[in-house]
Design a protein around this ligand. Structure first.
Ligand SMILES: Cc1cc2nc3c(=O)[nH]c(=O)nc-3n(C[C@H](O)[C@H](O)[C@H](O)COP(=O)(O)OP(=O)(O)OC[C@H]3O[C@@H](n4cnc5c(N)ncnc54)[C@H](O)[C@@H]3O)c2cc1C
Ligand code: SF4
Length: 499
């Protein structure tokens, strides 16, 4: 397995401002942190760059798509029923569980209160999470979020993990190993079965070999340099995500000219999965958004009951970056000097004991948007000699009504629970969006005139080449996508094994 990002250990996770947070697509040899942030004007995309992909920095929600999603636009063999056993396998591999009743977060209670106040109690539910909880942990413990309250255990793949202490760091990596990230389960199992995982390998090209198979060209990152190399394989499975796989195939078609039979639909049908976050201020209520797992529950409007708009409201949280920086400084100073260590330990404790954003509630959610974005390669108009880069053409027009419906619901829920919603200015003024859920670009379809891969992930026109990631979604699913991506990957892996 060739992975562009690093292989991370919890002790090395970025915490302080100078740490390796960001991945720079133009200079990966210099900046190879684990968050790849792409700005496309109207749309900004956030994605992972690491062994384990987005799972290292995602919010752990591992929820099945609603069966209606597969009624339209997917190959005939992809149905909710067909995927059901694969969803279950993924759930077991990721040790998926719900928030225990004795560990409800304040955000969970606000969402539940909102659902009750507006008459939507029957739509409210806990969400399945790829997190391991200790039923004996609770908010009443002394220094409850301290790492020492995490219990060590060994997972089914023989890897040591911990249990959740509700520290709120899910989106910047779990330092106690309570998140059941892919490096600890699927990739651990692959390794034990003989797979070799090579981090710091940026795949650049694919070339078919006479008689079958492909030469995969890459740049290896070493000592701030890119060292070219290649490897040959009988079969290649692309899993570089919606942007990564689509860009690679676009380059192979139009620049390397090695994959000439790719579908004309390559790059089309991209979506942001309707992601949106509305903060609300609660002067009289302690919300503590930086405490507890990032997302825990939802109110489900995916049935289209809101004027045909299908969306899924969730709680959202974010890490206490200041507290984490102080904690890291405390550890570093304690190692360096006794007096300085004591000073930092005191300051760190103060920072760790309070939540600086106590009264903010991030209302989050996804929606079934229009899925009408298009990725392509282009040069800046002022420099015809420049290297091409990935572009995204995306317009709000056909997705505006569903996003507006979700924002309106966020506002109603805030007001019903004593909060004042604050519509983000980038939305109010520009209708711009930010998404951690990029999907599409290499859509599945039985017919190459409508999509890039078939119902088994096989690239139309290029034998023994597969895609198994979020790029194969032909349309938005309106809730967190990773469980469906993994279920589709299980289906594709099964088909390859059968072949
Ligand atoms: C902050 C955040 C929170 C999220 N929360 C949730 C959540 O709670 N639940 C949920 O379901 N989803 C969540 N998501 C989305 C989820 O992480 C993604 O949908 C999922 O990881 C996508 O899986 P993928 O296999 O398509 O791609 P990825 O997980 O992105 O994996 C692609 C991998 O390919 C690598 N790669 C890319 N290009 C190359 C190349 N050229 N050469 C070599 N390697 C390459 C990347 O580094 C990456 O490791 C979240 C995402 C973010 C950023
Ligand atoms: S809340 Fe903290 S301990 Fe729990 S899963 Fe998230 S990062 Fe790990």
């Amino acid at each position: 397995m060739l992975e562009r990002g690093r292989e991370w250990q919890p002790k090395d996770y970025p915490r302080a401002p100078g740490d390796a947070w960001l991945w720079d697509d133009r200079r990966p040899e210099k900046r190879n942190g684990w968050i790849d942030l792409r700005y496309f004007g109207d749309m900004t995309v956030v994605q992972g760059a690491a062994v384990g992909g987005g799972s290292l920095i995602y919010a752990n929600i591992s929820v099945e798509a609603k069966p209606f999603v597969f009624d339209e636009g997917w190959p005939a063999e992809i149905t909710g029923q067909m995927l059901k056993p694969h969803y279950e396998t993924v759930g077991q591999m990721l040790n998926v569980q719900e928030l225990p009743d004795n560990q409800l977060t304040e955000r969970f209670k606000v969402v539940r209160d909102g659902a009750q106040a507006l008459g939507y109690a029957d739509r409210f539910r806990k969400l399945p999470m790829a997190v391991t909880f200790d039923k004996d942990w609770h908010y009443g413990l002394e220094d409850a979020h301290a790492n020492r309250h995490s219990r060590s255990w060994t997972n089914a793949q023989g890897r040591r993990q911990g249990t959740c202490v509700h520290c709120g760091n899910c989106d910047i990596g779990c330092q106690v190993g309570a998140k059941n990230t892919l490096d600890l389960n699927y990739l651990a199992a692959a390794r034990d079965a003989g797979a070799e995982i090579r981090p710091n390998h940026v795949v650049r090209s694919l070339r078919p070999v006479d008689g079958g198979g492909y030469v995969v060209g890459f740049d290896r990152i070493e000592d701030e340099r890119l060292i070219p190399g290649n490897v040959t394989a009988d079969r290649v499975v692309l899993a570089a995500g919606s942007l990564g796989t689509t860009e690679l195939l676009l380059r192979c078609r139009s620049e390397h000219r090695t994959l000439n039979n790719l579908s004309d639909r390559l790059g089309y049908g991209w979506c942001s999965n309707g992601d949106f976050l509305t903060p609300a201020v609660y002067p009289g209520r302690r919300i503590s958004p930086t405490r507890g797992p990032t997302i825990t529950c939802a109110i489900d409007f995916l049935d289209g009951s809101q004027n045909g708009n299908r969306f899924f409201v969730e709680d959202g949280g974010f890490p206490d970056v200041l507290g984490n920086t102080m904690a890291k400084a405390t550890r570093t100073a304690a190692q360096a000097s006794g007096h300085l260590g004591k000073l930092f330990a005191h300051a760190g404790k103060l920072a760790g004991n309070r939540d600086p954003l106590d009264c903010i509630m991030p209302w989050f959610g996804q929606a079934v948007d229009a899925s009408d974005g298009r990725m392509h390669l282009a040069r800046p108009w002022w420099n015809p000699l420049a290297r091409t880069s990935l572009r995204l053409d995306w317009r709000i027009a056909r997705s505006e009504s569903v996003i507006s419906a979700m924002v309106a619901m966020h506002k109603r829920l805030s007001q019903a629970t004593g909060g004042t919603p604050v519509e983000p200015l980038y939305w109010r003024w520009f209708r711009d969006l930010i998404t951690p859920h990029p999907l599409g670009g290499c859509a599945m379809a039985d017919d190459p005139r409508r999509g890039v891969v078939d119902g088994k992930g096989r690239v139309h026109g290029h034998p023994d080449l597969y895609v198994a990631d979020g790029s194969i979604f032909p349309r938005a699913i309106g809730l967190n996508p990773s469980r469906t991506i993994a279920a589709l990957a299980e289906h594709i892996a099964g088909a390859i094994a059968t072949e």
